[in-house]
Design a protein around this ligand. Structure first.
Ligand SMILES: O=C(O)C1=C[C@@H](OP(=O)(O)O)[C@@H](O)[C@H](O)C1
Ligand SMILES: C=C(OP(=O)(O)O)C(=O)O
Length: 427
C-alpha cells in the first residue's frame, strides 16, 4: 500500500478551481445513454474509477462507449438492446454502479453476475434486492442475495408501489429503472427527499416521471432517446475545498461550475449556519443548476446537523466533521446511520482518524459529536480505502502542525483523480 506525506501547516489557500464532473450524474449519463435509442454525447464527464467501472460494465453488455477524458459518446440500443455479458460485471468500489445497474438488469431477459472490491463485498444489497424480487427478478448471492458476488436473472416485471425503508437515491433509482421496463405504473415513496438526478435524466432523455409530494411515479415500457448531457461540477468534491478555505487562515478559494441541485446543497446551508464566509452565484444553465462558490476563512461556531438535511449532504459528513473540529462549541450530527453502510463505516473511520490528529470526535449510533476548537497535530492516518476519508484527511493536514503520513491516498481516484493537483494549485 502506498503512503503520502501530506502538506501541513499551510499559511493560506488562494485561487480558483473548476471541480470535476459530478459522480452521480456521470454514472447516470452512461446508463441512460445505453438504454436510450441512438447517440448520447456527455461533456464534463468524471473519469474517476467509479464511473469508469460503469462504462466497462455496459461495454460488456454490448454497448459502444468511446471515452476520451471528460468527453464520452454512447451509442444506445434501447431497453432491449443490452446483451448477456460473458464475464462478471465488475463494479469496483462503486455502490451507485451496482445498485442502479441491478434495477436495469431486473428487466433484462438474461443472466448476469456482479461483483466488486473488498468494500463492495461488505455493503448490503438487500435494500435493492427486496423490491426488485417483488417486481419479478430472480436474484441470488451470499447470505440469500444480500452480498456480492450476486447473480441476477431478469425478465418481465410487474410494477410496485414501494415505500423506501431508508432515504436512498440509489434504491429509488434502481426501482425507477426497473419501473421504466415494467408493465404499468411504479411508485416510489421517499421518507425524505434524496438527490433527484435520475428523475431529471428521465426527462432529459424524453421520458416521463411525475413527482407528487413524496411519491415518484413512472410508467413502464417507456422509450428514451439519446441526447446531449452536460455534467455539472460535483459539489461533493467542491466540499473539500470549501471546508479547506473556511479553516485555513487568510484563504479565499473560488470554485467554478459547481452543481447546485437543491437536493445536494445541504453543505452550503450548514456552512452558512456555522458562520462561514461563503457566497454563491448561480449562473444560467440548461440542465442541472450550476454556479460559482467563493469561500473565505472565518470564525466558525458549532451546530446540529440532522433530519431532512442528512440526505442532502450525506457524502459531505466526513468533511463537515473536520470543519466542526475548528468551530467554537459542540457540533452534533444525528440521523445519519446510513454512514455505516458507505465505502467504510464512516462514523467509525471519521472518529478514529480525526482522533489520531488530536480532534475530539465521538461516534454515536447515528452520527458524531464533535467538540470544536481543537488544534490538530501530526500522525499516521489511513483512508481505509475510502476516497472521502482520504480527502478529508488531506484537508485536515493543511491546518495540522507536524508530519502526517496518509496511507492509501490512491483511494481518492474513485471520485477525484486530480485532487492533489488542484490542492497544490491553491497552496
Ligand atoms: O444515487 C447516487 O448517485 C448516490 C446516492 C447516495 O447513496 P445512497 O442512495 O445509498 O444514500 C450517495 O451516498 C452516493 O455517493 C451516490
Ligand atoms: C457513497 C459513495 O458512493 P457509492 O455508494 O457509489 O460507492 C460516495 O461517493 O461517497
Amino acid at each position: 500500500m502506498n503512503t503520502k506525506i501530506l502538506q501541513t501547516d499551510i499559511q493560506s489557500l488562494r485561487g480558483e478551481i473548476a471541480v470535476p464532473g459530478d459522480k452521480s450524474v456521470s454514472h447516470r449519463s452512461i446508463m441512460f445513454g445505453a438504454l436510450a435509442n441512438g447517440e448520447t454525447i456527455v461533456t464534463n464527464f468524471l473519469p474517476g474509477a467509479d464511473c469508469l467501472s460503469t462504462i466497462a460494465c455496459f461495454q460488456k453488455m454490448g454497448i459502444t462507449i468511446e471515452q476520451t477524458g471528460k468527453q464520452v459518446r454512447v451509442i444506445g440500443k434501447g431497453f432491449k438492446g443490452l446483451t448477456e455479458p460473458s464475464e462478471v460485471l465488475d463494479v469496483g468500489n462503486s455502490g451507485t454502479t451496482i445498485r442502479l445497474m441491478m434495477g436495469i438488469l431486473a428487466g433484462q431477459n438474461f443472466s448476469a453476475a456482479l461483483a466488486g472490491d473488498h468494500s463492495i463485498a461488505k455493503r448490503t444489497m438487500k435494500r435493492v434486492v427486496e423490491p426488485l424480487r417483488e417486481m419479478g427478478a430472480a436474484i441470488d448471492g451470499r447470505n440469500n442475495g444480500e452480498f456480492t458476488p450476486l447473480h441476477i436473472r431478469g425478465g418481465s416485471l410487474k410494477p410496485i408501489r414501494y415505500k423506501l425503508p431508508v432515504a436512498s437515491a440509489q434504491v429509488k433509482s434502481a426501482i425507477l429503472l426497473a419501473g421504466l421496463q415494467a408493465e404499468g405504473e411504479t411508485v416510489v415513496i421517499e421518507p425524505e427527499e434524496t438527490r433527484d438526478h435520475t428523475e431529471r435524466m428521465i426527462l432529459q432523455f424524453g421520458g416521463q416521471v411525475i413527482k407528487e409530494g413524496q411519491e415518484i411515479k413512472v410508467q413502464g415500457n417507456q422509450v428514451l432517446t439519446g441526447t446531449e448531457i452536460y455534467v455539472p461540477g460535483d459539489i461533493s468534491s467542491a466540499a473539500f475545498f470549501m471546508v479547506a478555505a473556511a479553516i485555513t487562515p487568510n484563504s479565499e478559494v473560488v470554485l467554478k461550475n459547481v452543481g447546485l441541485n437543491p437536493t445536494r446543497v445541504g453543505i452550503i446551508e450548514v456552512m452558512q449556519k456555522m458562520g462561514a464566509d461563503i457566497t454563491v452565484e448561480e449562473l444560467p444553465s440548461k440542465g442541472e443548476p450550476i454556479g460559482t462558490i467563493t469561500v473565505r476563512s472565518s470564525k466558525l461556531k458549532g451546530t446540529t446537523v440532522s433530519g431532512e438535511l442528512i440526505p442532502r449532504l450525506i457524502d459531505e459528513i466526513p468533511i463537515i466533521a473536520l470543519l466542526a473540529t475548528q468551530a467554537e462549541g459542540t457540533t452534533v450530527i444525528q440521523d445519519a446511520a446510513e454512514l455505516k453502510v458507505k465505502e467504510t463505516n464512516r462514523i467509525d473511520t471519521v472518529a478514529h482518524e480525526l482522533s489520531i490528529l488530536g480532534a475530539d470526535v465521538k461516534p454515536t449510533d447515528d452520527g458524531l459529536i464533535i467538540q470544536g476548537g481543537t488544534p490538530l497535530h501530526g500522525g499516521e492516518v489511513t483512508s481505509h480505502g475510502d476516497h472521502r476519508i482520504g480527502m478529508m484527511l488531506a484537508v485536515a493536514g493543511l491546518i495540522a502542525k507536524g508530519k502526517i503520513e496518509l496511507h492509501d491516498p490512491a483511494a481518492i481516484n474513485v471520485s477525484y483523480p486530480e485532487f492533489f493537483e488542484h490542492l497544490g494549485q491553491l497552496i
